[in-house]
Design a protein around this ligand. Structure first.
Ligand code: AHR
Length: 380
């Protein structure tokens, strides 16, 4: 029923667009300035409790700052909260979700959470996976438009190149919700962007490194970057450089993409180790690449976490286990549990409610002791 209504609306919108051009603004999004609005209350229970405990228990430098920033951000939220879930609206609603792929443990947890939450609210979820290919993801979104789904959601593989397909969705009057990763398109082309502050994640990693190496005269480091052109790779690099860019004793030996995969991290780290005998520190943009790098470091006869210190982002179970085992030194959390907020936003949009243009996930940080404490109840 919802779908049939949407198809009718799409046809009407397409005819209107053909007659008058497709630039009408049907969105509830606010100006670009509102893009910094956050919604603490909108975070899922699991995220809130885990993040709260990791922030609270953190004794490392960086954590106190980070939680203060989170608090400030939540105080800003005010009107930035998503309305409560409307189960009646979601029941039977058709939501097309175009996933990035299956590159990492984080991605699997994110996919599982979105599917489980859709089932919980009886959403008719049309799920596709682009396997890291932007062209495939665009093709999926176009199919959703042709089908006349009620809402389109996606986590963009890369940041650029979305204008045309977002214009098409808008012309068809199908609301779009971004989860996890940002695009550089005009915010009027989508309803909201729900996900982490990746710059802040990079800053947390950099702040930890600065404290950890406070007494060192020189720190030679390498970086395993995420997928080239993706928002997390861009922003985690920016955040790190915000903290360490002006610290002359931190010397970047090399920085290369490992595409957010364990294999990629292992191969690139093997190359780094062969070329640079003096690596003190590795910054990996996600746990999976860090875990691949650990294999390479051990194969080279070095001790990960001691000979080469390692800081990563995500805090998925395998990463937390390596942290608890002393092979990783610090992990900045990036929560994949975005399903609840996604369907909260989808329901609100279908009810014609205004929603905030940006919803930022609140996250914590873990040192080795905190990882041991958190592991028994870790959800992903
Ligand atoms: O966009 C989130 C990032 O994508 C996660 O940090 C990484 O593990 C994933 O592949």
């Amino acid at each position: 029923m919802k779908r049939r209504l949407a198809v009718v609306a799409a046809v009407v919108a397409a005819l209107t667009a053909a007659a008058c051009g497709s630039n009408s603004d049907n969105s509830s999004t606010t100006s670009a300035g509102a893009a910094t609005t956050t919604s603490a209350a909108a975070t899922t229970e699991a995220m809130t409790s885990e993040s709260a405990s990791s922030d609270a228990g953190s004794s490392e430098a960086g954590s106190a700052d980070a939680s203060a920033t989170d608090t400030a951000a939540s105080a800003d939220a005010g009107s930035g909260e998503l309305p409560p879930i409307n189960e009646a609206t979601l029941d039977g609603a058709v939501v097309g979700f175009a996933q990035v792929g299956s590159e990492s443990g984080w991605r699997s947890a994110n996919t599982d959470d979105i599917k489980a939450t859709a089932e919980k609210y009886k959403v008719d979820l049309q799920f596709t996976s682009a396997e890291g290919d932007q062209a495939k993801q665009i093709a999926s979104i176009k199919t959703f438009i042709t089908q006349g789904v009620d809402v389109i959601a996606f986590s963009p593989v890369v940041e650029t190149g979305w204008d045309a397909v977002l214009q098409e969705a808008k012309a068809a009057n199908i609301p779009v919700i971004l989860t996890d990763r940002a695009v550089d398109s005009d915010p009027s082309l989508y309803k909201t962007f729900i996900g982490s502050d990746f710059i802040k994640e990079g800053e947390k990693a950099g702040t930890w490194a600065k404290t950890e190496f406070a007494d060192a005269d020189e720190v030679n480091y390498v970086v395993l970057e995420g997928t080239t052109g993706s928002a997390p790779a861009n922003d985690r690099a920016t955040g790190w450089d915000n903290i360490l860019g002006s610290e002359s004793k931190f010397k970047k030996l090399a920085s290369q993409t490992g595409d957010f995969t364990r294999d990629g991290g292992k191969k690139v780290m093997e190359g780094f180790l062969a070329k640079y005998p003096n690596i003190d520190l590795l910054y990996a943009h996600n746990d999976d690449m860090g875990l691949g790098a650990i294999e390479a470091i051990e194969a080279a006869g070095k001790v990960p976490g001691k000979d080469i210190k390692i800081v990563t982002v995500d805090a998925v179970k395998a990463g937390m286990e390596a942290l608890a085992a002393g092979k990783i030194n610090y992990i900045v959390e990036c929560s994949p549990l975005l399903g609840e907020q996604l369907f909260q936003a989808a329901g609100a949009v279908l009810d014609g409610k205004e929603i905030p243009a940006r919803v930022i996930t609140i996250e914590g940080e873990f040192n080795q002791e905190q990882a041991k404490e958190a592991l028994p109840t870790r959800k992903y």
